[in-house]
Ligand binder design. Structure first.
Ligand SMILES: Nc1nc2c(ncn2[C@@H]2O[C@H](COP(=O)(O)OP(=O)(O)OP(=O)(O)O)[C@@H](O)[C@H]2O)c(=O)[nH]1
Ligand SMILES: [Mg+2]
Ligand SMILES: [Zn+2]
Length: 289
């Protein structure tokens, strides 16, 4: 039989078949020794007793730990924790490198001051050129119908900082869900993880996975030469620089640098690119990758 993993708690995996039958199974023993981990989202071959094989993945993530998704919904709160554009860009890169489409949802709009909201919209105007951006408050997503239409028949996964409101957002999309949520506790504004495992949840006719949040993202699996492919505003002007291999850092006649100067590319995104590029470059030198 072939089915899809929708939930995993320690070594027990919940599989749903095409016809909707649910089984809870363990993987074949050999799996554990082969370091062949099963992820939520995987299609697997299984029998009445165990999971025997993981089928080929169309994409796969380490953070969040999931495979075969159509969209990664990056959840960033305006306040508590405060929006961090550098971290947002890192989340975007983490998704772009797998050729998966990101969707951005800014939560906790109700907690922002007039000025904070004005600044946010100003910044997001730029992101909206390249990404679907939604806004939400305690009651849920503002343009809920367009969000639901986008997800129609698809598989999404929420990803974002702890306390950003991932589980709460899913609760607003399905009233009987009651996923556990918790306010960020200490004065530092650092959250403790409320969601502890990844699980695909059915909402209308699509699935979204809830996942545990995290606060930093390791991008060392990305090569410095591939980083530029993660910026749609660089890809847009592909092959327009003097050199085809242009890294948009120091080369003469670089169209990307020109567009930053002309205010067409957001300077903060470009600066973050330079910073990340240098960091990955250093690591490559150090680890001789
Ligand atoms: N005022 C307000 N509070 C929100 C909003 N969204 C979420 N919250 C609150 O923020 C807190 C954290 O929300 P969670 O949904 O638990 O956050 P999470 O992203 O799932 O966190 P982890 O599971 O730890 O990764 C909860 O107290 C929510 O009630 C919002 O739009 N407005
Ligand atoms: Mg949660
Ligand atoms: Zn260039």
């Amino acid at each position: 039989m072939i089915g899809r993993i929708i939930k995993n708690i320690s070594n027990e995996y919940t599989v749903i078949s095409n016809s909707g039958d649910i089984s809870v199974l363990k993987p074949r023993g050999k799996f554990r020794y082969l370091d062949e981990t099963i992820k939520v989202g995987d299609f697997v071959e299984y029998n009445d007793d165990m999971i025997v094989k993981v089928l080929e993945r169309k994409n796969t993530f380490l953070r969040p730990f999931i495979s075969n998704v159509d969209y990664v919904i990056i959840i960033t709160s305006l306040k508590r924790p405060d929006i961090n554009y550098e971290l947002l860009d890192k989340f975007l890169i983490n998704v772009e490198i797998e050729n998966v489409t990101p969707i951005i949802v800014i939560t906790k709009m109700d907690l922002g001051s007039e000025e904070e909201i004005k600044n946010l919209y100003e910044n997001m105007k730029y992101y909206e050129k390249y990404y679907n951006v939604f806004y939400s408050n305690y009651d849920g997503i503002v343009m809920k119908d367009s969000f639901l239409a986008l997800l129609n028949d698809k598989i999404g996964v929420v990803s974002g900082q702890t306390g950003a409101g991932k589980s709460h957002l899913l609760n607003t999309l399905r009233s009987d869900l009651n996923l556990k949520t918790q306010d960020i506790s200490d004065a530092l504004g650092r959250g403790k993880h409320t969601t502890r495992h990844t699980e695909l949840i059915k909402i209308e006719n699509f699935y979204i996975a809830d996942t545990p949040g995290f606060s930093s993202l390791d991008l060392s699996h990305i090569k410095s030469t591939n980083l530029k492919e993660c910026y749609p505003e660089f890809v847009e002007v592909l092959n327009m620089c003097k050199y085809n291999e242009c890294t948009h850092t120091h080369e003469p006649n670089c169209i990307v640098k020109k567009r930053v100067e002309d205010g067409l590319i957001l300077k903060s995104r470009y600066d973050n690119y330079l910073k990340l590029y240098q960091m990955i470059k250093e690591e490559e030198k150090f680890f001789k990758r």
